[in-house]
Structures are given as structure tokens and as C-alpha cells.
Design a protein. Structure first.
Length: 66
């Protein structure tokens, strides 16, 4: 399972199961404040292997909604 953390705290609404380890896709809507730190993390202790550089191993797109 992959999830977004905000300032080190997992955001339950952002959890995405790893049903297909070759492609994981999900979305979340979060309220962020100036200075917040966000990360994409693997929640479970299972091994996952990302594509090596220069390919994209993990990507997070952020869109500001007014």
C-alpha cells in the first residue's frame, strides 16, 4: 500500500493498495498549509522495486484547487 504523508503523518484518505505492483495509481484531496512537507511512502513492509533512473520510478502530481 502506498500513501501520502503530510509532515510525517499518514493520510488515510490517500492510501492506495498495491494490487498490480507494476502500476499503482490513486488520487487524494488534501488541505495543505504553507510550509507543509508531503511525501509518498510505501506503508507495508513488503519489498517493491522501482524503475531505475533516468526512468520515472515514482511520480506525484500536485494540483492547486481554489
Amino acid at each position: 500500500m502506498m500513501a501520502i504523508t503530510v509532515n510525517g503523518e499518514f493520510q488515510d484518505s490517500s492510501s492506495t493498495p498495491l494490487t498490480d505492483p507494476s502500476h499503482v495509481k490513486g488520487s487524494a484531496q488534501l488541505t495543505l498549509e504553507a510550509g507543509d512537507s508531503i511525501t509518498l511512502r510505501h506503508v507495508l513492509g513488503l519489498l517493491i522495486q522501482l524503475v531505475p533512473s533516468p526512468e520515472v520510478g515514482a511520480k506525484m502530481e500536485i494540483t492547486k484547487v481554489k
